[in-house]
Design a protein around this ligand. Structure first.
Ligand code: ADP
Ligand code: 5GP
Length: 223
């Protein structure tokens, strides 16, 4: 079991999840910048490095066989297959950082978040949402997701993922970046989760905005 339990002022893993394009990666990087209090969990993966990615910084890249051996030895706090590749959170780094009183930030998928929830009851699961469907579309574009059919595919999966927001401890709207980062820090330090009362309403508004955007702006795109 994880040696750190939930409670005010105690370090706990912070899991970030969000529909693609919301700003999860940006928030994770900002959270760990300039502070030793929040550190990034470097996952192991069997996927090939992308341009600019550094081994040991972005991911620990490895062959499938090596990953499977490590998984069998119980070296991962959680692991999952995502789009045909294996991804896992090294258990030792997580425990060592928590032992030093640091908040470990996990950028993992929903399957991984569920395993962390089951194995680490003290973990804080944060779901990040965009302020509106229009903003989500423009962030997807800005990040380089140019093709309409790709935007449509991501909007549709965003709609599905938004319906899972209730499984998380806290929902953060990524409107102003500095404000959103400060909110995650505050909730982690408080050691408890406080779901905003209007989360259900925000999710309902976002999903209906996505439906409208898909119908009005992308009706001729078959994805
Ligand atoms: P994700 O990891 O959730 O897919 P990214 O972190 O790659 O998303 O962000 C998508 C785009 O939105 C990037 O161009 C990023 O710079 C921008 N972005 C992220 N957060 C904000 C914000 N609060 N305000 C404006 N732009 C943002
Ligand atoms: P990418 O290959 O684009 O970096 O990541 C693909 C997906 O895998 C993202 O949703 C990312 O959050 C997720 N992911 C990255 N590392 C891990 C991990 O260690 N465990 C799990 N379960 N998912 C991960």
């Amino acid at each position: 079991m994880f040696p750190v339990s939930a409670g005010a002022g105690r370090a706990q893993p912070v899991v970030l999840a969000a529909p693609s394009g919301t700003g999860k990666t940006t928030i994770a990087h900002r959270l760990v910048e300039g502070t030793g209090e929040f550190v990034f969990s470097v996952s192991a993966t069997t996927r090939a490095p992308r341009k600019g990615e550094r081994n040991g910084m972005d991911y620990e890249f490895m062959e499938r066989r090596q990953f499977e051996e490590r998984a069998q030895r119980g070296e991962f706090a959680e692991w999952a297959e995502v789009h045909g590749n294996l991804y896992g959170t090294p258990r030792r780094a997580l425990e060592e950082a928590a032992g030093r009183g640091e908040f470990v930030v996990l950028d993992i998928d929903v399957q991984g978040a569920r395993q962390i929830r089951a194995n680490f009851p003290g973990a804080l699961l944060v779901f990040v949402i965009p302020p509106s469907a229009e903003v989500l579309v423009s962030r997807l574009r800005r990040r380089g997701t140019e093709a309409d059919d790709e935007v449509v595919r991501r909007l549709r999966s965003a709609r599905e993922e938004l319906l899972r927001a209730a499984e998380f401890d806290h929902v953060v709207v990524n409107d102003d970046l500095a404000r959103a980062v400060a909110e995650v820090r505050r909730v982690a330090r408080a050691g408890g989760a406080r779901k905003g009362a209007d989360v259900a309403l925000m999710i309902a508004q976002l999903t209906s905005q996505i439906d409208r955007v898909l119908e009005e702006r992308f009706q001729n795109v078959g994805a």
